[in-house]
Design a protein around this ligand. Sequence first.
Ligand code: FRU
Length: 911
Amino acid sequence: MSRIKKYTTYNYFILLIFFVLFGCNDNETKLYKIGFSQCISKDDWRKAMDHEMQVEASLHTDINLTVFQANENIELQKKHIEFMINNGFDVIVISPLRPEPLVPLVEKAYDKGIPVIIVDRKINSEKFTAFVGANNIDVGRNAANYIASLNEKKANILEIKGSDNSSPVIERHLGFHKIVKSEASLSVVRSVKDEEIEQRMPQILDSLSVKPINFVFAFNDDIAYNAWKIAKSKGLEKTIKFIGVDGLNGSNNGIDLVQNGVLSATILYPTGGHEAIKIAMKILRNENVPKNNKLNTTIIDYRNAEIMKNQYDRINKHQNDIEIQQDRIKKQEQTYSTQSNILKVLLGLLIISVLLAAFSIYSAYNIKKKKRELEIRNKKITVQRNQIKKIAKEVKISNDARVNFFTGLSHEFKTPITLILSSIESLAENKAIKDSKLLSEVGLIFNNSKRLLRLINQLLDFRKVEDRKFILRASKTNLYQFSNIIFKDFEREAQRRNINFTLSTNNEDLSVYIDRNLMDKVYFNLLSNAFKFTPNNGEISIEIQDKPDSNFVKIHFKDSGIGIPKKEMDNVFLAFFQGSNNNKASSGIGLHLSKEFIEMHKGSIEVISKHGAEFIISLYKDKAHLSSDEIIYEADMVDSSLLNSNLDYEDDSFTEPLVVNDEDNYSVLVIEDNLDLVKFLRTKLSAEYTVHFSDGTNAIEKALEIIPDIILCDINLPEKSGFDICEILKKDLRTSHIPTIILTALNNKESYIKGLESGADLFLTKPFSFAILAQSIKTLIYNREKLRYYFVNNVHSIDDSSSFGSMEQQFVSDLNKIINKNIDNSKFSVENLANDLNISRIQLYRKMKAIMGVNISDYIQNIRLEKAKNMLINTPLTISEIAYATGFSSPNYFSTSFKNKFNKSPKAFRG
Ligand code: FRU
């Protein structure tokens, strides 16, 4: 807005400059309009009059003269005058055709205040400003006096007048006759009008009754010349003297005709053109002007014609010079005007350029200023943004630290709870307690511990959901059986509170793909809520509805509890939401987690509340909505223990003690810094294993020292993490064969993968079921036995090219190579072999025991004997030679050893 205003102001400013330069010029004087109405146009006298006016007008730069030609048409002359009156002419000059018709117009102009100058002929009114002209009475008198001055005895005069009744005609006649009357020698024989002379003059000249004409007085030189021509045609031009009026210069005009002897004289009758304009100028300049401006008249005859001509010529020449000068002046004025205009344009452009330059500098300054402001603002914003980023980072770090602390703490809770639960398991097995009243209290502790554990699990699940760390592991599950197992968990509670608790389905065979662990949590949550809010003697139902034509199966959880207020329905699935009618303690995340878990299945959950609450879960019936890595295989559920074989401890079944068949106990190394857990494991495991412990500070040393049959390792340890310990042990030839179980409270995908990467054989999450741990140990030892069996049976075929690439295969292959290389060396000992393998004798001994189940000395001896047996069959060597070739110190010792192994002496064997 302000910018538009600025530009408009700027445009006005430019316009003002142009106006100052070109618009207003105070030095320029006003241009006056002078109009001249000329009555007759055709003759030279009139032309001379017009010319004089134009010349005079040209001398004044402030007047503009317009000549209107009436061509002897009085109506036209009237129109011209009317026009001048109406169009702002400053002075009107009129040479009237006749005295009467123009009077009203002249008076009108005069009354309007327009100065009127009458030239040559008069009008019958006094309402005009000035009159310019010669006295025509004098003209007539001069003519008569001239004739008289010629001293002729008798002057018989033919008077030829003008044809109209104009004032010159009347006055010239009057003046002429006045003198004629006074002079006896003068007599006007005839008086005719010029229009009649063609017809009448010859008659007059020929008539005998008329005195012979010796003088003709014509009212102008033209008429006189015409009369002379008529006389000439009669041969009388020499006998008659012709006198004309006007006395114009120029060919066939008055002076010329006098000089040529055509006329005797002409009476000078000035046109008054110059004078009329001069008077007009005076009027315009407000100078006093006499009303009657008389022009002089005189006689021109053979005596002064020459002088007059010369004078006129000179005047004409001057006139010409003036005109040429004026032309030049005009041209120079034009040049000046053009140059002045160019100069003005240039000046204007210069001013505009200067203004534009100033404007540009101003704009550049402004832009620079704005840019600087923007830069400063930008800097401020950047600083603020960095501060915000820093604060956000700090907040995130602090928040992460808190959340991690909270998560860590929650994890830490799990170990003691596991211990409590396991201890209660043991307690419950104790007969003394089973029989006593204490059992119910034990049950109470057990149930509450389980509840505590469930709550902690919920909190950890919430964190996992938030971090998007859950992976769906869906397996094909019979929905009715699955529901029934959980249903049974709540049955006792329903009986106790006399709640009508039912499970129904229209399709017992329907299987769906669900993550049993997650869906178990959903069921548990919905049922816990239902039981929490349903009063005793109420109703709770689970109804599975499988509509054959639908892709979805619906599971309805309905109760007759307090229900949910309508306006809160939309919020029940929000985290930490607490219903306004809910006075019972709850975390507010159960339903939120349930919704998240169901949505992970691409299903949905909705709630309606009429009498009590009803939650409806919709699940896909097939598996098309799941990606392949979301589907796992799990055995169908036949008993509830399978359902809970996941990593969370949720089962309350008490396990049978493990049966020990081995005579020699296997050794277990437990790397754990939690003393309670150590104590617990010692109690539980020592019944069937030799248990060693490390608090994590000397885990590697302990493992190398003992070379146990199995290692249980925690993750959060004081020096190295369980992953690091496991990785070191698995990369060490001496310990690489030992099966390792990682026990951890970190139940997430990353930890699981990290555990597997470190080479761990199994990954158990706390709280773990001891039954599962015991079974896992047994399985791993069993698998190792199988491996040992494989090694023992393939001992000779294990070499570099073996397709089995484990460290153990490599180890046995290296071992065999070294032994075969030294097979004829009787001094080659176990120590030499251990040295070559870069391990200690005892480690070699234990490793061999672990992977082969044999004594290393026996193993070497065995290879020597097998080789000897081969040689006995395939070579012709003697027994002694074979004994030495296979590293026996004496043939006797060889024979004894051979017999011990193969129950035949070498000799007998060869037979
Ligand atoms: C020209 C003329 C002159 C004469 C004057 C009188 O038209 O006839 O010859 O002197 O007019 O008005």
